[in-house]
Design a protein around this ligand. Structure first.
Ligand code: AMP
Ligand code: MG
Length: 345
């Protein structure tokens, strides 16, 4: 396992400056307006193109803030906090939270358990929720795993019940769904071209204002910069990687994505995985799960699906991309020639 890539905790994807056109252009389509909000543990920047986007951007900002208030694990007024402190009682939640919970339960099944929103107490034992990192003992992990398991969550329309000893966390899917809902908000406010950057995860509305595709960079998990660029239309690009949050103890690196079966950092031979698709929430849930599942199971899931494409960088530095994005994928010129394999159906 290469360790050098762990020197960086920067976000997974950077928007290249080539997105959008010069701001002194005379065309109204090219007018660019941005808003940044710190929410969901990251900076979210919404950039809209065209005239009169102030109202749309304000609506987008309000949407982000309201979703943060629903899903925060630490805000005592959030719906997730209420669920986690319900002592086993049923809690009524908003349509957005119910939708996302329902989706998260589906993704658990679709990924054969790799996606699991009930790991919060295990993540806390490792210190990933507090930054007070430590390696829990096997006995401690085994005891904590007793209280995990998505099948113990009961969702009945907008009413959710979880066992008193369980705590849930939508961190692996919330930003993706927020991207979907913010894109919807922008569209319903008349925006035809926009780019939402949720801490490196990208969601677009339409094309660039000149009708061209957007160009996004895919973060090099082994060091600084991007290893490739990808041209996209209206879609989401979401990346998960061990380098995003980790600690080192006694020479061993421990990262923030856990294998729900072991309660330990997933060690499937993947350094980073980017998922591309029309739904941000699907891409977000899948990027986390594919990281747990590893290359072969991810390829199998892709072959049986039609709603996503993926870019996987293995711990050995090999790159695998699915055929649906092969024409839009380009290695960066400054990246040493790695092996790129295209996965076909
Ligand atoms: P992401 O950055 O979207 O891949 O989400 C990673 C975050 O999701 C972690 O920091 C944890 O809070 C949480 N998490 C870790 N492992 C899992 C898992 N197997 N399923 C769902 N969420 C997880
Ligand atoms: Mg995710």
């Amino acid at each position: 396992m290469k360790k050098t890539f762990l020197s960086s905790v920067l976000v997974a994807i950077f928007l290249l400056t080539s997105c959008g056109k010069s701001e002194n252009s005379s065309s109204s389509k090219d007018i660019k307006n941005s808003k940044s909000v710190f929410a969901m543990d990251t900076y979210i920047t919404v950039t809209a193109y065209g005239e009169d986007t102030d109202k749309a951007l304000k609506a987008a900002e309000d949407k982000i803030t309201s979703l943060e208030k629903l899903w925060s694990v630490t805000d005592e007024n959030s719906e997730i906090y209420a669920v986690n402190h319900s002592g086993g009682q049923t809690v009524g939640v908003s349509p957005e939270t119910a939708d996302l919970l329902d989706f998260a339960l589906d993704m658990h099944n679709r990924t054969n358990g790799a996606f699991d929103i009930s790991l919060y107490p295990v993540l806390t034992a490792w210190g990933f929720t507090t930054d007070e990192y430590r390696v829990p003992s096997d006995d401690e992990i085994t005891a904590l795993l007793e209280n995990t398991g998505v099948d113990k969550i009961n969702l009945d329309s907008q009413y959710v019940t979880i066992p008193a000893d369980m705590q849930i966390d939508l961190g692996a899917v919330g930003k993706g769904y927020a991207g979907d809902l913010v894109a919807e908000e922008l569209k319903s406010n008349g925006v035809k071209s926009a780019l939402i950057d949720l801490g490196g995860n990208i969601q677009t509305v339409g094309t660039k204002p000149d009708g061209e595709k957007w160009k996004v960079g895919i973060r090099n998990p082994f060091g600084e910069g991007n290893f490739a660029t990808l041209e996209i239309g209206e879609c989401a690009v979401v990346t998960s990687g061990g380098y995003e949050r980790y600690f080192v103890e006694d020479g061993v690196t421990y990262w923030h994505i856990l294998d729900p079966k072991t309660g330990k950092p997933a060690d499937s031979g993947i350094a980073s995985v980017s998922v591309i698709g029309s739904e941000g929430r699907t891409c977000d849930a899948l990027s986390t799960s594919l990281f747990v599942m590893g290359l072969d199971k991810s390829a199998e899931l892709w072959k049986n699906s039609d709603d996503f494409e993926m870019i996987i960088v293995t711990s050995d530095g090999e790159i695998y991309i699915t055929e649906g994005i092969a024409d839009d994928f380009e290695l960066s010129s400054n990246f040493a020639e790695p092996k790129v394999s295209v996965i076909g159906r």
